[in-house]
Design a protein around this ligand. Sequence first.
Ligand SMILES: [Zn+2]
Length: 316
Amino acid sequence: MSQSVYVGIDLGGTSVKIGVCNESGQLLHKYEGPTRAKAPADEVVRDIANYVRAAVAEASFTWDQVAGVGAGIAGMMDLKSGVVKLAANLGWTNVPIRQMLQDELGKPVGIDNDANVAALGEAWSGAGAGLANVVCFTLGTGVGGGIIVDYKIYTGFHGMAGEIGHLPSIIDGTGRTCGCGLNGCLETIASATGIIRSAIEAVEDGQATSMSNGPIDSAKVVFDAAKSGDAVAMRIVRDAGHHLGRAMATLTVVLDAERFVVGGGVSAAGEILFSPIREAYAKYTVAALRESVQIVPAALGNDAGVIGAAGLMIGG
Ligand SMILES: [Zn+2]
C-alpha cells in the first residue's frame, strides 16, 4: 500500500504556504506561492489549488495518495458551513472557501482560523506532541490562542473558543482599550503591541530608562533593555509575563490542560518572559495542578500553520 499524505495550506495576505505531511505530522515537503490578495476569491482559490498540486508533485507523491487538505486562514469563519465571514488581509467577506477548494481539488477539505491550526500543529507534532489536552498562546501583534481537547481543536458554539487574548486582565477600569472594544484585555499588555505601548508610556511619563535613547519600534527593544538590567523594561516584561501566567492559571482550572505552549515572535524573548509566566502560574494555580503542568516554548515556528492545517484532516 502506498502512503497517504495530508496537505496543509497556510493562507496569508502576501503568501500561501503549503505543507505535505505524513499521518504522524511530519512535514515532508514545503511549497510557497504569492497570494493575489486583490484578485477575486475564485482566482485566489485556483492559485491555491495549483500550488497544492505542485507541492504534491514536487514531493513525488501521486494525487491519489492525498487523503485530505486543510487550510488555516486569518479571519472570522463559520466553521459549520466552511465560509470565511471576514478576512481583512485578503479583502474577503462571505467566501465559501471549503466548498470552493473541494470543487477545485476533488478532495475532502477542512478549514479553521490560523491560531487554531497553529495550536493543532504544535499539539500534533510540536511542543505538545502526543498530548491530548494542550493550550497554545501565540504572542504577536495580538495574543492568539488555540485549545486542543482530546487531540482536536475546541471551537465552541460560535467558533470563537480560544480567543484568549481577550481574557479580562486589568479589571479595575485602568486598562487600555482593546481592539475588541473592551478594556484591559490580556493582549493590551502581553502582545508585542502592548509591550511597546507600555514602554512608550513609561518614556513619555519621564521614567528613567535606557529605552528613551532610541525608537521603541519592536518588543525586542524592550526585551533587550530588560536583559541588560533596565529596571523599567524589566517591570514591563514581568508585568506581561505575570498576566500571561495568571491567564494560564484561569484556563487550567477550566480545561485541566497537560501543557501550555507559547509561540509567536514575542516568545523568542526566552527565560526573561517565561520565568514570570511560571511564577504567576504557580501563584494562582491550585496545588494539584501546579507541578504537573508544563509551560514550554513552541517548537515548530512558522511551520506550525501548515502542519496543523494538514492535521485538520486526520480522523479519530
Ligand atoms: Zn479584547
